[in-house]
Ligand binder design. Structure first.
Ligand code: NAD
Length: 261
């Protein structure tokens, strides 16, 4: 029988107080998990998410930390250990798309900042998590990449490089951790309506242009990503590791060819 049951599992979601991360916290706790909510700003939003989890009877705690800062990441895991007693599921969701601009127009500090958060941040988190998961011979890490691990995106070299790098990090960590009962996966969303892309979906012209790139003709909802994260974190996906699961309304399915060619 299929049963997405995460009761007793201890999860940590980075950037869990907004957008897709918030929906992931909801989905994991709907499935019974205890969930720690990492955030960097807006503690009020983090507190509201924590209260929602607790209302379901699961344990929850908000932990402020910058995922790109090694000391803060170590502190976050110490808090996780003392609040929830360890970790079974890590969702590396925190990310930024950064300023738009062609490579020669942006300063190099911009490149570094995007890579520090999206790629190094996920590595620092995985480094701490794997030490615990390998020791206990179980665990799941899910990295939020993007269709831009595969699709180039003019103006966003740092973002696309960070997501492609994160995808390859997933595959390599999956190889390393598989013998120890730990699975590592990527979820690659298409265009999902969240604060990160508000400038696009709040502009009718921008939205129409975006929808033309998607065979399903619409943006995705946060819950359509979060549900898959819960499935992948559960034993339903016990044989899945190392892959990127694209959830994109067909965006990577050559939308232009929907209309002949
Ligand atoms: P969002 O801006 O709502 O969420 C990003 C979260 O990351 C926020 O909570 C933010 O505070 C947090 N964050 C940023 N820097 C951080 C840091 N240094 N330390 C800790 N937290 C930090 O946007 P979202 O759309 O929910 O994005 C979530 C993830 O999904 C990102 O990795 C993004 O690249 C990815 N993604 C989003 C889409 C989309 O269409 N929305 C598509 C593909 C991939």
């Amino acid at each position: 029988m299929i049963n997405i049951n995460l009761t007793g599992k201890r999860a940590l979601v980075t950037g869990g107080n907004s957008g897709i991360g918030e929906a992931v916290v909801d989905a994991l706790s709907d499935a019974g998990a205890d969930v720690a909510v990492n955030y960097i700003s807006h503690p009020d939003a983090a507190g509201a998410v924590v209260e929602r989890v607790k209302a379901k009877g699961s344990r929850s705690v908000a932990i402020q930390a910058d995922v790109s800062d090694e000391t803060q990441v170590a502190g976050m895991f110490e808090k996780m250990d003392s609040a929830l007693g360890g970790i079974d599921i890590l969702v590396n969701n925190a990310g930024i798309d950064g300023k738009a601009g062609r490579a020669w127009e942006l300063d190099t500090a911009h490149w570094k900042r995007v890579l520090d958060i999206n790629l190094t941040g996920a590595f620092l988190m995985s480094h701490e998590a794997l030490r615990r998961m390998v020791g206990q011979r179980s665990g799941v890490i899910i990295n939020m990449t993007s269709v831009h691990e595969m699709i180039p995106w003019s103006g966003y070299a740092a973002y696309t490089a960070s997501k492609a790098g994160l995808s390859m990090m997933t595959k390599t960590l999956a190889q390393e951790a598989a013998p120890f009962g730990v699975r590592v996966l990527s979820v690659a969303p298409g265009a999902i309506k969240t604060p990160i892309n508000k400038s696009v979906w709040s502009d009718p012209g921008g939205l129409a242009d975006l929808n033309r790139k998607i065979p399903m003709g619409r943006m995705g909802e946060r819950a359509e990503i979060a549900g898959m994260v819960a499935v992948l974190a559960s034993n339903v996906a016990s044989y899945a590791t190392g892959s990127s699961i694209f959830i994109d309304g067909g965006m990577t399915d050559f939308a232009d060819f929907s209309h002949g060619g």
